[in-house]
Design a protein around this ligand. Structure first.
Ligand code: PEP
Ligand code: MN
Length: 384
């Protein structure tokens, strides 16, 4: 027998009452739904509070006590315990998952061992290589840039003589250390801002740009007033305050690889500069500290090839500080060109026997000239 067979025909009034009652139920259900949403929100906050106080999400004792109290209150209101139990079992499960979700979202994502730590500098499919403008030169634009000049600015006369030779060799960016990071505190430390002033005048008056090292974050802004590019040296690659101070000047930054830094650490250091709002970073491979004693450092040219895959930033090579002696700088420059670097930075002294710094690796002006000629030829052949 079906219900329809026992139902008496309804009057219009009865149907109206049913409609009113259903509307009331609907209103209660709507209120229940919004209460459920509010309850879920509170459950998420409870999840965060438990995380902060290091408590587990699941608290069996509290759940039991709470259900018991609800059942007792329900009985008084005429709601059977089983209904309360069933209902609150479902609600507890929902609350449990909300709490877990809140914890997951609030936990900082650990940086996995991939490119997340250097997301601004990493290469993305279809992204063009970055080209960094330094004075009238462009690093990363397809030409092979030869940056040259002495290790240190020693005197006004020395830097003008060096600038003459550099210009004659076609150098467009001149190097020279005014603040020198020396191993021994008794060695020549550079002439500081005075030296930088001599360098800037010597280079700029001959149409060359200037790159020079910054050692102290407090000097970055003053160095940037005269230099066209700031160098962060190998010893300071992970000096975060220095990276940020150099970045904030807005000048391009030449970031040397630390003597024991992995490529990823180096890229993370570059990330600090980009994150501070300065996209103009050039990476410089300058050799690693290894067991080898025939060279000052071991030039890791494979890093250039790896960086081509990992980053859009230009990469240059410093064979001077890698080799530590002038005799093998020419072949290392050719190797840097062959592996796809965007340029080299090399040390040249107008009178190398008198160099106050890194004498053993200083090129004579004649050696610099033959290197730049060979590289021009290699570049012409590469361009076809
Ligand atoms: C330099 O270029 O003057 C220098 C000190 O190099 P590095 O930081 O690579 O040792
Ligand atoms: Mn040097």
């Amino acid at each position: 027998m079906t219900t329809s067979t026992i139902e008496a025909p309804r009057t219009g009034d009865e149907l109206m009452v049913l409609g009113v009652l259903r509307a009331s139920i609907n209103r209660i259900d709507a209120r229940l739904l919004s209460l459920l949403a509010e309850r879920a929100k509170i459950a998420r906050d409870i999840g965060l509070a438990k995380r902060m106080t290091d408590r587990p999400v699941h608290d069996a004792g509290r759940e039991q006590d709470h259900t018991k109290a609800l059942c007792e209150a329900g009985e008084r209101l005429g709601v059977p315990s089983q209904v309360i139990r069933d209902l609150f079992h479902v609600l507890a499960r929902h609350s449990f998952s909300e709490q877990l979700q809140a914890r997951v979202e609030a936990t900082p994502r650990a940086i996995p061992n991939d490119s997340d730590g250097f997301r601004l500098v990493r290469m993305e499919p279809g992204r063009a290589q970055t080209v960094v403008q330094v004075g009238g030169a462009e690093i990363g634009g397809g030409l092979f840039e030869v940056i040259g000049g002495p290790c240190a600015v020693e005197s006004e006369a020395q830097i003008h003589a060096a600038a003459d030779h550099a210009r004659a060799c076609g150098v467009r960016i001149m190097r020279g250390g005014a603040f020198k990071p020396r191993t021994s505190p008794y060695d020549f430390q550079g002439h500081g801002l005075t030296g930088l002033h001599w360098l800037a005048e010597a280079a700029h008056s001959r149409g060359m740009a200037v790159v020079t090292e910054v050692l102290d974050p407090a000097d970055a802004a003053r160095v940037a007033e005269q230099a066209d590019m700031l160098q962060v040296g190998a010893r300071n690659m992970q000096n975060v305050p220095l990276l940020r101070a150099c970045a904030r000047t807005g000048k391009p930054v030449l970031l040397k690889r630390g003597p024991s830094a992995s490529i990823r650490e180096w890229l993370c250091a570059a990330e600090y500069i980009l994150l501070a709002g300065n996209p103009n970073v050039v990476l410089c491979e300058r050799g690693l500290r290894t067991f080898e004693r025939e060279t000052r450092n071991t030039l890791d040219l494979s890093s250039v090839a790896v960086l081509r895959e990992l980053t859009h930033l230009p990469v240059i090579v410093d064979p001077s500080h890698a080799a530590g002696r002038h005799e093998i700088i020419a072949p290392l420059c050719r190797a840097a060109h062959a592996v796809g670097a965007d340029g080299v930075i090399i040390e040249m002294h107008p009178c190398r026997d008198e160099a106050m710094c890194d004498r053993r690796q200083a090129l004579s002006p004649g050696q610099l000239r033959s290197i730049t000629s060979a590289l021009q030829l290699a570049q012409a052949m590469r361009d076809g």
